[in-house]
Design a protein around this ligand. Structure first.
Ligand SMILES: [Zn+2]
Length: 605
């Protein structure tokens, strides 16, 4: 197509008019020129053009924002700590002493005095079901981190008053019995007392859910035959139903799918609120592994927030097959117009995951036919250069998966594709070596914070000392990302997860991990930043605070490096930036949070 602009690539007004004329003048609009002085006023005297040029040059060297008097934990190769940094055009322009950075300030530069506070690279959760959690965040009741059942019930009551009369009150997970000082689950009577006029649904992990009589009635559940297959009504010692439903993961997922979905407007609102909540905790990025209860249409809310330019967390998303047996066709259809990495720096396609086929999901003894079907899909993905992440829990059976990956790798090398295995808390040295040889990464979470007491009982105290073996993984050289697996089975709070990695203490306070597999604070932070960035091919643009990288960072309420480890879970951000824009600010920095929700990195989008 002819392009009538100037040779230097700048479009003169005439060039655009000519183009619009040819195009019929409807679809395409000229972009706003960056420097209107050039194309719009070609007759300006030469001296003014020179002046404009000089001003533009001076402006280009001036920082937009400078952070001074801080303790900036860069997570660079030397683990340097710096005092100050300068931001220009969304990226880090330089780091150094406060005096050096002040030299980059111009009259319009925002200078933020950190008053000695610690700054870290924005945290990145490499396995957070963010799209799913976000969708319902505006309409769910949140029990994450609540210290007592009494407080949790108050949240139900508060929600019943805040929401429309008769609205569903849904706790979708993220809590655990041991976090409550009462150390037990709620009874149906307690939930009824908390919200007598609402249907109430409280799910625990993927194995149990308590429903009030109004909720059971709304779902037409009166006997075991009304419960999704694999589940049943729980009964007390007298054989009376308690209101709870227990069963396998499939039953609870199917039960959850019966609940009413938030409206699209509620999903969009929930997405913005959830990202803001993550910003409050210093998160600026997630790798979303797809997963249960997430269908293709469920991505529309995050897509809308992206189109509106209101993303405050960078998201790499993945796609699952959802129909047992039909996954290959589904994936082929979904990916037909979706190349790996497609999108931009706020939202992009990150490949397949974490459930490639239903048959291989949580299946420790897959049949040859099931493995053949799985092989067919991942071989196809390798040929097309797709990344993928795969959920696998037990080392004893992970060889089934690694055999397939190795077979694919012999035919189509996967070393550059950033495939990964999620969970695998009891990974053996042998499995980690096989992963390293394949270039397969490992996303680790704090699943054992909730599950560690049970695991220690089941597998023994010695086995529990090495879950997850991140020091061994580091020595072998497996790429490791930090994270949570929130929000059904875990809290999304990254500082809860970081503390778990540092003290190995479960939610009930038992220290189960030994020192051999306990990282130091900088290494744990590295998993959660640069380590996580690797899974979406972003370690060169974010994950550490270095010149040229995006200014994604969090100023912390307490010094992560020196406070007692037992206090790490209480850290919050007081100033979070994504691409140099303030997305959250509180306390001494609240004045910077001028209702800014919009992070628009590409001026021309
Ligand atoms: Zn998983």
């Amino acid at each position: 197509m002819g392009w009538t602009g100037r040779k230097d690539g700048r479009m003169g007004r005439k060039g655009w008019m000519g183009r619009i004329g040819r195009m019929g003048g409807k679809e395409e609009q000229p972009p706003r020129p960056h420097h209107p002085a050039f194309p719009a006023f070609p007759a300006l005297p030469a001296s003014m053009v020179v002046l404009a040029l000089l001003t533009a040059t001076a402006h280009a060297q001036t920082a937009d924002t400078i952070l001074v008097n801080g303790k900036i934990v860069t997570v660079d190769a030397q683990s340097s700590i710096r005092e100050a940094l300068a931001i220009r055009d969304g990226r880090i322009a330089a780091l150094g002493s406060s005096a050096e950075m002040r030299k980059l300030a111009g009259p319009r530069t925002r200078v933020v005095d950190l008053q000695g506070r610690t700054v870290i690279p924005g945290l990145i959760d490499s396995h957070l079901h963010a799209i799913r959690a976000a969708q319902t965040f505006a309409t769910e009741v949140n029990w994450i981190g609540v210290p007592s059942l009494a407080d949790a019930l108050v949240r139900i009551t508060d929600a019943s008053k805040a929401m429309k009369p008769g609205a569903w009150l849904i706790v979708a997970g993220g809590w655990n019995v041991q976090q409550f000082k009462e150390n037990r689950r709620p009874t149906q009577a307690e939930l009824v007392a908390a919200a007598p006029n609402n249907p109430v649904y409280v799910q625990l992990g993927y194995g149990w859910a308590m429903l009030t009589p109004i909720a059971l009635k709304a779902l037409n559940i009166t006997s075991d035959s009304d419960v999704p297959s694999g589940g049943k009504l729980e009964r007390d010692a007298n054989g009376q139903p308690t209101g709870a439903i227990s069963g396998g993961q499939g039953a609870i997922i199917a039960l959850f799918d019966k609940l009413p979905k938030p409206t699209f407007a509620q999903q969009v609102e929930g997405t913005k609120k959830f990202f803001r909540e993550l910003n409050r905790l210093g998160l600026t990025g997630v790798y979303d592994p797809g997963g249960n209860n997430l269908l293709p249409e469920d991505y529309q809310a995050v897509f809308k927030v992206w189109r509106q330019g209101e993303m405050t967390v960078r998201v790499a998303y993945t796609l699952c097959g959802n129909t047992p047996g039909g996954e290959f066709e589904e994936i082929k259809n979904l990916v037909a117009l979706l190349p790996q990495g497609f999108g931009d720096d706020m939202l992009k396609f990150g490949g397949l995951g974490e459930r490639i086929t239903a048959a291989m999901n949580n299946n420790n003894r897959p049949s040859d036919a099931e493995k053949a079907k799985y092989y067919e899909i991942v071989k196809w993905a390798a040929d097309r250069g797709l990344a993928l992440t795969m959920h696998w829990n037990n080392d004893a059976s992970v060889g089934q998966l690694l055999d397939i990956f190795e077979r694919v790798n012999r035919e189509t090398p996967i070393g550059g594709l950033r495939w990964s295995i999620a969970h695998l808390n009891d990974a053996s040295e042998n499995s980690l070596r096989r992963m390293k040889a394949l270039g397969v990464g490992w996303t680790v979470q704090d699943a054992m914070y909730f599950g560690g007491d049970g695991y220690a009982q089941q597998a023994g105290v010695d086995a529990a000392k090495r879950v997850p073996p991140v020091e061994t993984g580091t020595k072998i050289g497996v790429p490791i990302g930090g994270g949570t697996d929130a929000h059904r089975v875990a809290s999304y709070n990254p500082f809860t997860s970081l503390q778990w990695f540092l003290d190995g203490k479960t939610v009930s306070g038992h220290a189960i991990r030994g020192p051999e597999e306990t990282p130091d604070r900088l290494d744990a932070l590295r998993f959660y930043t640069l380590g996580s960035a690797w899974f979406s091919f972003d370690e060169k643009t974010r994950g550490s605070l270095e010149a040229g990288k995006y200014a994604d960072l969090a100023v912390l309420s307490k010094d992560y490096l020196t406070i007692p480890v037992s206090d790490v879970h209480g850290i919050e951000s007081v100033l979070t930036m994504v691409g140099g824009k303030v997305v959250y600010a509180a306390g001494p920095f609240a004045k910077y949070d001028a209702g800014v929700r919009s992070v628009r990195l590409q001026a021309d989008r």
